[in-house]
Design a binder for this molecule. Structure first.
Ligand SMILES: NC(=O)c1ccc[n+]([C@@H]2O[C@H](COP(=O)([O-])OP(=O)(O)OC[C@H]3O[C@@H](n4cnc5c(N)ncnc54)[C@H](O)[C@@H]3O)[C@@H](O)[C@H]2O)c1
Length: 345
């Protein structure tokens, strides 16, 4: 890899624009070369640092000064964009999820493996300073044997119905972040039991989705986990992670806006950080820096293809558990998925 890695960004909406800005201004050993978006206006708005707009994905991938691409297009396009980037031999950082479909995800990850390109999935929460510190304290044995995992994440307000219609549902679209943290910190999951309800907006029912859920996880190690998600808090974006072990507990606190404290007869109040782009500002920067550092050191970036597939399986198992009203054994569920797909393994 060259001294400074040249980046292309495919898809410059909410998250692609953030990545483009970070690459251009906030990442060591990286610079932004080119942007493609189906909307030229969106692409133009992301040409930070003098990057150029390209007229197509093919044109962007044909550039020899693009070493790596960030794929931040809508989820249904990820597989096509990952496959095109792999064929062009570019390193890829792809936003989550790869696909809503298990067979497609496995196929795309196989393509990545055959092409031998470096690949990282956009599980940004692993790079949130508080959550990362919790994970590393856990890995260093600070709380002894891990026994119970807890993760809570909630949006301030439900997304519009048009988003819900194509999102893949609460588990695949959102809780997948929590499931990734669970297996990163506590290891592989053996059994998933999920409860899901529509309590916030009736339109979630129209799309076979839920807006409120509690998922229990049984890890291979014997430890237990709880993941709680909601599409509405009203008070702001909320993300907390806890790990309980034989020697103590670790808590990655939620983020509050510390600039305004309100003191009144009811107590002392602060605002929650309202939007995920602010909540994970550092994480979005640090995940791209980690990707660049891995490329420069010729190391496989992480989280990678195995994490993409494993987290999706937990999310699909949670959806299946709600539908069945029963626990889902992950090994049996995965075998059934693969059999239905003609043995994709
Ligand atoms: N990791 C995270 O925290 C996080 C947060 C938000 C979104 N995401 C993921 O990022 C992806 C994008 O989400 P978003 O919220 O930025 O969506 P968005 O709708 O804001 O942006 C998507 C962009 O892709 C563009 N686009 C459409 N068709 C295209 C094509 N054929 N080629 C290139 N660009 C095309 C659109 O014009 C738009 O600008 C999704 O997969 C989503 O799941 C991840």
């Amino acid at each position: 890899m060259s001294a400074s890695i040249g980046f292309g960004v495919i898809g410059a909406g909410r998250i692609g624009q953030r990545h483009a800005r970070n690459v251009a201004a906030a990442i060591d050993d990286a610079h932004l070369v080119a942007v493609f978006d189906a909307s030229e206006e969106a692409a133009r708005a992301a040409t930070f640092g003098g990057a150029e707009v390209e007229p197509s994905v093919e044109a962007l991938l044909a550039r020899s000064d693009v070493d790596a691409v960030i794929i931040a297009s809508p989820t249904p396009l990820h597989v096509a964009h990952v496959e095109a980037a792999a064929a062009a031999g570019k390193a890829v950082l792809c936003e989550k999820p790869i696909s809503l479909d298990h067979a497609e995800t496995v196929r795309a990850m196989r393509t990545v493996a055959h092409a031998g390109i470096p690949f990282q999935l956009g599980f940004n929460r692993r790079f949130d300073p508080g959550i990362a510190a919790l994970a590393h304290a856990l890995f260093d044995g600070e709380i002894g044997t891990p026994e119970a995992f807890r993760s809570l994440s909630s949006d301030p307000a439900p997304p519009p119905e048009a988003y819900v219609a194509v999102s893949g549902g609460l588990f695949v679209d959102s809780a997948i972040h929590d499931f990734d943290l669970a297996r990163w910190m506590f290891g592989e999951v053996r059994r998933v039991t999920a409860l899901g309800r529509v309590l916030v907006e009736p339109y979630f029912s129209e799309h076979a989705d839920v807006d409120t859920s509690i998922v229990t996880l049984e890890f291979e190690s014997g430890a237990l986990g709880v993941v709680q998600n909601s599409r509405r808090t009203r008070y702001g974006y909320e993300v907390r992670v806890e790990a309980l072990g034989s020697d103590g507990k670790l808590v990655a606190e939620d983020a509050f806006d510390p600039k305004t404290w309100r003191f009144d007869e009811r107590g002392v109040h602060a605002n929650h950080v309202h939007y995920f782009l602010e909540r994970f500002e550092a994480a979005y920067r640090l995940e791209v820096q980690a990707f660049v550092d891995a490329l420069k050191a010729d190391r496989a970036p992480s989280p990678g293809p195995v994490d993409a597939i494993a987290s999706l399986r937990i999310a699909l198992a949670a959806r299946e558990s709600v539908a069945r009203g029963a626990p889902v054994d992950l090994t049996t569920f995965t075998a059934a998925l693969e059999a239905a797909e003609g043995g994709s393994a």
